[in-house]
Design a protein around this ligand. Structure first.
Ligand SMILES: NC(=O)c1ccc[n+]([C@@H]2O[C@H](COP(=O)([O-])OP(=O)(O)OC[C@H]3O[C@@H](n4cnc5c(N)ncnc54)[C@H](OP(=O)(O)O)[C@@H]3O)[C@@H](O)[C@H]2O)c1
Length: 322
């Protein structure tokens, strides 16, 4: 099983192109040349991932131009040159995201960091921290590779998160809060810290109030659906974000929100980060449709990766639902 480290591994000694990212972390970090005698490490690999994402956002054609990468429409990106085992594992983990290019870029990945007994926080909402440092870095990396990060009102209220990329080099994504009844305080950090744009998804009956608070261009009004037991149709949320040019979406939590994305068939991929801890009667993680028989249970194609002492399950939900 591959082991993924969180620290930069290789000593930089190549021509810096990172300034083109316009990102505060990246200016100090150079990318590897096309061919190098020694194996490159995780630090260089991560920069490569960020550069692929940046080129996708700029609408550039997929390809390895100037980078130690090959591209084919059939098989996506492949690493070229010598890379150490950790870098190859990290690339393999992110490849399904990195391969989303051009007309294929619209895609939704979710995550949940959970205990062995399936909880994502204690009963009173404390989730700092369920996962180890490598798991936290992974979440920040997902933020950096995606165009928008989505959380539910529960997380926004309980955690008051920033949803930025403090633990990984890379740009901050647009932040999206699903808060049908505007219960998240106006002073929450995502609305006030100015670190990245924040969009608010709410019920149309509160749209005017939300627009007065944030500006009309920051509000997406979507009605709950009686056919979905009063939940918002997340396909409409996803479509509204795609329409704003936000292609790769990351649903970070919490359990209710990620579960709704799964139940409504709106998640392509789920990263479930299982930590060796037992919480007991805490906030539940995944709550999916009940199966009466095992043959009816959702059993997605899966891969595992070790993240420190956490185990990451990479679940291909789109394949399971096909
Ligand atoms: N370990 C992790 O990976 C992780 C990640 C994130 C958060 N957390 C923890 O998780 C806890 C919060 O999670 P949670 O499951 O209670 O809440 P949550 O998923 O953050 O938020 C759920 C709420 O968001 C709104 N919402 C989301 N999807 C909706 C939809 N399709 N239609 C209508 N409304 C929708 C609803 O708001 P209303 O209730 O206002 O209708 C819903 O009750 C916190 O303790 C946080 O620390 C853990």
């Amino acid at each position: 099983m591959p082991l993924l480290a969180c620290a930069s591994a290789s000593a930089p000694r190549w021509a810096p192109i990172a300034a083109s990212f316009g990102d505060r972390h990246l200016s100090a970090l150079p990318l590897p040349p096309h061919a190098s005698p020694s194996a490159h490490g995780v630090g260089a690999l991560w920069l490569l991932c960020v550069e692929i994402a940046a080129r996708r956002r700029r609408g550039e054609r997929a390809g390895g131009d100037g980078l130690p990468l090959a591209w084919s429409a059939a098989t996506g990106y492949a690493l070229e040159g010598a890379w150490d085992a950790e870098s190859q594992a990290l690339f393999s983990l992110f490849k399904p995201l990195l391969d989303r290019q051009g007309g294929d870029a619209r895609w939704v990945v979710g995550q949940l960091g959970q205990s062995l007994d399936g909880c994502i926080a204690t009963h009173n909402g404390d989730s700092f921290f369920v996962n180890g440092p490598e798991g936290l870095v992974h979440v920040h990396r997902l933020r950096a590779l995606c165009d928008a990060v989505i959380v539910g009102a529960g997380t926004a209220c309980l955690d008051n998160p920033q949803l930025t990329t403090r633990r990984a080099a890379g740009p901050n994504p647009t932040r999206v809060v699903i808060d049908p009844d505007l219960r998240v305080p106006a002073g929450a950090r995502v609305f006030t810290d100015g670190q990245a744009p924040t969009l608010l998804v709410c019920d149309p009956e509160h749209a005017q109030r939300a627009a007065a608070r944030l500006g009309g261009d920051r509000v997406i009004a979507i009605a709950r659906s009686s056919a979905l037991q009063g939940q918002m149709p997340l396909g409409e949320v996803v479509a509204a974000l795609h329409a704003r040019g936000l292609d790769l979406l990351f649903v970070e939590g919490g359990g209710v929100t990620v579960s709704q994305f799964v139940r409504q068939g709106c998640l392509d991929r789920l990263h479930l980060l299982v930590a060796p801890v037992m919480i007991g009667a805490g906030h539940p993680g995944l709550q999916v449709r009940r199966a009466d028989a095992m043959r009816e249970a959702l059993r997605p194609p899966a891969r595992t990766f070790a993240l420190g002492t956490d185990l990451l399950w990479d679940l291909d939900l789109r394949a399971a639902l096909a």
